[in-house]
Design a protein around this ligand. Structure first.
Ligand code: FAD
Ligand code: NAD
Length: 479
């Protein structure tokens, strides 16, 4: 007999749903999880892992070519077929047996099918065979259904069957010409990947390249994309799209110009997976992002808790931060707070408390795997100023460290630290340069720990590493 009542029911087995389930069972409660596609979600099969696999080989080749002694050993070009095979293996060939076994090993039953809220604490699941299962949660239902690509209402766009990030990430062939609508993170990473893999790429970056980052970031990435032969068209906006009889696609821009390509990737942001989730049954609007309180309980438009607080939302679907690591961080807080409430233990939801996801507002780290890489945490200078902080910006040329000159000939990069002058702590840090992603965590610790600059002078970077930029930034700031 199938057990139909669990302490917690989770809809969506992406990275966030999996982590909520794990915390719930670690806390001694029972959990069941519902998944309509693959256990592991977008991140495992169509996002983080396969995109980075697509980007990594060219990055390694570039690194080798920048170091005499190694560059002489590079006698060929990128092996595209081998890159795609490695990508396939990082997407587990789009099979989820491994992650489904993990769920089983931690004691979380998996219900395959589309889940919907049908009433308070009740989730109805319709399986592929049409059979319906009903699960009731004693304590909480957690929505972790993630997000999907936004395809805008541009004339002819949908009918032209454009790629979203899914088709780009899983591509089995590299198109000769790829056009991209968008200038954000997906557009920039995919322009890099496909240019490296041999496509002739045109990027229609209406609002600029990575325009929400500190301005030097987008400038460096756009320059590098252009050096690779990418046509970066800042300000260009698509007005109409047509798939031609010969399978090519033509994009007419607002100014009347036409851009032709073999495939078109649309990468202009995300929509929440809440269209068919039964939100209307609990007083919410289908298709809306879910708004949450400090412990990720869903609130209605009037700010009151849905049903008194049994419904939680974590990960992309609550729109706080659309990143895997941040969603998993929320998941740990959500799992733990549900357990605490179920057991009548005090909730610790103050700033930096165990049950709060404070870093979502203060210290989100992100690495964008373009060439050069971008690593950032916390506030940009503009955001810090807009938040009313008395800010000092400290810049340093990353190429001027002994470590970077050893890392690669012709190393080029930049570092910026944003200091809150009233507290003399770092509130934002951005690095641009080859392989800077691995330098980021030191900055994340400094921001989260609110480490005073006076103390940071005692955190001595090893010589000769690129991390010596920390000392250079402090020297530039002054003692
Ligand atoms: C191209 C691309 C690259 C990215 N790269 C990175 C990166 O390098 N680093 C990073 O941190 N982030 C990256 N992201 C973002 C990252 O993928 C998301 O933040 C992350 O996947 C969110 O996890 P989630 O569990 O909230 O949602 P998802 O991963 O979307 O998982 C949600 C799950 O819920 C299931 N589901 C939805 N509705 C239902 C339903 N009604 N019933 C049952 N199941 C349902 C879905 O099938 C899915 O498996 C990238 C995103 C994209 C698009
Ligand atoms: N390495 C990483 O961390 C990584 C990689 C890929 C994706 N992601 C995450 O996935 C999410 C989605 O990425 P994304 O690139 O789709 O969104 P995004 O929000 O990063 O960028 C969207 C871009 O599209 C532009 N845009 C919006 N509407 C447009 C329109 N109608 N026409 C032309 N341009 C338009 C915006 O100005 C913006 O530059 C992001 O939030 C990101 O954090 C992370």
């Amino acid at each position: 007999m199938t057990t139909t009542t669990y302490d917690v029911v989770i809809i969506g087995a992406g990275p966030v749903g999996e982590n909520v389930a794990d915390r719930i069972v670690q806390g001694g409660l029972s959990a069941a999880i519902v998944e309509r596609e693959l256990v592991g979600g977008e991140c495992s099969y169509w996002a983080c892992m396969p995109t980075k696999a697509l980007l990594r080989s060219a990055s390694v080749l570039r690194s080798a070519r920048q170091v005499p002694g190694a560059c002489e050993a590079v006698t060929g070009d990128l092996d595209v077929a081998a890159v795609l095979r490695r990508r396939d293996s990082f997407a587990s060939n789009w099979q989820d047996d491994g992650q489904a076994s993990w769920l089983e090993s931690v004691g979380v039953p998996l219900f395959r099918g589309h889940g919907r809220l049908s009433s308070e604490r009740v989730v109805e699941i319709v399986g592929k065979d049409g059979a319906t299962t009903t699960l009731t949660a004693r304590h909480a239902v957690v929505v972790a259904t993630g997000s999907s690509a936004l395809v805008p209402d541009i004339e002819g766009l949908r009918a032209s069957a454009p790629w979203t990030s899914r088709e780009a990430v899983a591509a089995s062939e590299i198109p000769s010409r790829l056009a991209i609508i968008g200038g954000g993170v997906v557009a920039s990473e995919m322009a890099t990947a496909f240019a490296d893999l041999g496509s002739s790429v045109t990027m229609l970056a209406r609002d600029g390249v990575l325009h929400l980052a500190d301005p030097f970031v987008g400038e460096r990435v756009a320059e590098s994309l252009r050096d690779k032969g990418v046509s970066v068209r800042v300000g260009a906006e698509a007005a109409a799209v047509k798939r031609n009889d010969d399978a090519t696609v033509s994009i007419t821009l607002v100014d009347g110009e036409q851009v032709d390509a073999d495939e078109l990737l649309v990468a202009i942001g995300r929509i929440p997976n809440t269209q068919d989730l039964g939100l209307d049954r609990v007083g919410l609007r289908p298709g809306a992002w879910l708004t949450v309180d400090g412990t990720m309980r869903v609130v209605g438009d009037d700010g009151t808790l849905i049903g008194g607080g049994w419904l939680y939302a974590a990960g992309d679907v609550n729109r706080r931060v659309l990143l895997t690591h941040q969603g998993k961080y929320q998941a740990r807080a959500v799992g733990d707070v549900i357990v605490a409430r179920a057991k009548g233990v005090a909730v610790d939801d103050g700033r930096w408390g165990r049950h709060a996801a404070t870093a979502d507002e203060a210290a989100v780290p992100q690495v964008v795997f373009t060439d050069p890489e971008i690593a950032s945490v916390g506030l940009t200078a503009a955001a810090a100023e807009a938040a009313g902080l008395r800010v000092r910006i400290v810049d340093y040329d990353l190429a001027a460290t002994a470590g970077s000159s050893l890392h690669a000939d012709g190393y080029s990069g930049h570092a910026r630290m944003v200091v809150d002058e009233d507290r003399t702590v770092i509130v934002g840090f951005t690095l641009v340069g080859p392989d800077v992603g691995e330098l980021l965590h030191a900055a994340t610790i400094a921001v989260v720990g609110e480490v005073p600059l006076d103390r940071l002078w005692h955190a001595v970077p090893a010589f000769p590493t690129v991390s010596e930029v920390w000392l250079r930034l402090l020297e530039t700031y002054g003692r």
